[in-house]
Design a protein around this ligand. Structure first.
Ligand code: HEM
Length: 445
């Protein structure tokens, strides 16, 4: 039997989702149960699961049967390209993933900590005093600088500024990826798709320049940025990656790696300024050199305001899940917002309470899934969490912030992310304090 779901037309579902992307799936879950079906204009009869045990089945089932790459490709391939780790499946996916893991873990992650701290400390000096402003653009500037330095190892200020401009325009123009398929084509000079294609050409040119510059250097062997690692990589036959594949992985990591983290940082500030008791506790704990509450704040932010609403797998063979037999070709998604809003896992789920994650009874692996899971779990999860720790510590210790407006900010779709509608408006009450010493090494969770 097909899973239950609303009878409303696809276009109505799309409008309702756009109006309230955070509450839409939790509502469908409450009405229809742990497995429900929805249709959207380009995605008919997709199936959501909102129960941790079913999420586990989806994330840990046979990857040959559960193709995430194929599901991601529908929206993302025009941006990231056909060789991106995000759109590959099976052996090719595993090979790409193996290659990309080291630059974002262990010793390499350690090397990026100073970059993150420097970018945050520098940007804070530019925050205006005494009048409302949106923190989102500042968080974007910080995370973009971090990812560009981590990926390309760009040290030159002029090149960094140019790269920032090109990548920011690409990120902005990529909202065209979310348009209905009829509008995802070049409909003339002013069409969103034309703007997207132009920004993609500029980004491709930038990547080619960086590759050429790097190949002309002779200290490539000493570098530990992502580009250096990819240039040194060889397949089983000893062949290096070709330029098209290199381009796709570089764009993937830059694209997946900065907007998401900037949005999470903005939500953290948006939640904290509306919960002064949590903000005060966080500052006191950081001043005392403790980090447990900081980690709890980050976890709770990613729970109540997950940056990505759902993650998809496309069935290559029929699958039975939650008592429903689904045909091959079905897209099955883990409804992240709905899992995180379960009353049985998180009493009073709408409340922002970092303490939940201190009590030691936080839900297991599949009850907290902002980074997806299984062999597709976010490659940058450790990197993103470290960046969140370092930037938030800097902000909370140095800036006296209050909400620009007492009402909670609503979530709105920004590309594939759920972002605060007003960009996280805050008021900085007095000039930032002097920089504290760089944060101590924080254990990755
Ligand atoms: C708060 C920040 C971030 C969030 C919420 C986030 C979330 C996600 C999610 C939900 C997925 C899909 C997982 C799945 O299908 O099960 C994903 C995949 C991915 N993310 Fe992130 N991400 C973040 C930051 C980053 C960063 C900083 C990087 C790179 C440095 C990155 C690189 C990737 C890549 C390469 C994949 C594809 C993995 C694969 O298909 O094997 N992400 N991320």
């Amino acid at each position: 039997m097909a899973p239950p779901g609303p009878r409303t037309p696809a276009i109505v579902n799309a409008v309702r989702y756009a109006r309230d992307p955070l509450g839409f799936h939790p509502r469908a879950h409450r009405r229809h149960g742990d497995v429900f079906r929805l249709s959207f204009p380009d995605f008919r009869d997709v199936v959501y699961v909102a129960d941790p045990d079913l999420v586990r089945e989806l994330f840990t089932g046979d990857p040959a049967q559960l193709h995430a790459g194929e599901a991601n490709a529908t929206i993302l391939e025009p941006a990231v390209g056909p060789s991106s780790v995000l759109v590959l499946d099976d052996d090719r996916h595993l090979r790409a993933r193996k290659l990309l893991l080291p630059p974002f873990h262990g010793r390499s992650l350690e090397a990026h900590r100073a970059t993150i701290h420097e970018a945050a400390a520098g940007d804070l000096e530019r925050w205006p005093v005494g009048r409302p402003f949106a923190v989102h653009p500042h968080m974007q500037a910080i995370t973009l600088e971090v990812i560009l330095r981590a990926v390309f190892g760009v040290r030159d200020a002029g090149r960094l500024a140019h790269a920032r401009e090109v990548v920011a325009e690409f990120a902005e123009a990529s909202s065209a990826l979310m348009l209905p398929s009829v509008l995802r084509r070049d409909l003339g000079r002013w069409s969103p798709w034309r703007r997207f294609l132009r920004s993609r050409d500029a980004l491709d040119a930038l990547v080619r320049e960086e590759l050429a510059l790097r190949r002309a250097e002779d200290d490539g062997e000493d570098r530990d940025d992502v580009l250096a690692l990819l240039l040194r990589a060889r397949d089983e036959d000893g062949r290096p990656m070709d330029d098209a594949a290199l381009r796709d992985e570089l764009v993937t990591v830059v694209g997946a790696g900065h907007e998401t983290t900037a949005t999470a940082l903005t939500w953290a500030v948006e939640r904290l300024v509306r919960h002064p008791e949590a903000l005060a506790r966080l500052r006191a704990s950081l001043e005392a050199g403790e980090t447990a509450y900081l980690d709890a704040v980050i976890k709770e932010t990613l729970r109540v305001r997950p940056v990505i609403a759902d993650v998809a797998r496309r069935l290559t063979a029929p699958l039975e899940i939650g008592g429903h037999r689904l045909p091959a070709g079905t897209i099955v998604l883990a409804a992240i917002t709905a899992v995180h809003a379960r009353e049985d896992l998180y009493p009073d789920p709408g409340a922002f309470r970092p303490e939940r994650f201190l009590a030691g009874d936080a839900p297991g692996t599949y009850g907290w899934i902002p980074f997806g899971g299984g062999i597709r779990r976010c490659l940058g999860a450790a990197f993103a969490q470290e960046e969140l720790r370092i930037v938030l510590r800097e902000v909370v210790l140095r800036a006296d912030l209050r909400a620009g407006d007492p009402a909670d900010e609503r979530a709105r779709m920004r590309n594939v992310t759920l972002a605060p509608a007003r960009g996280g408006r805050v008021v900085l009450e007095r000039p930032v304090r002097p920089a504290p010493a760089p944060s101590p090494a924080l254990a990755a969770t």
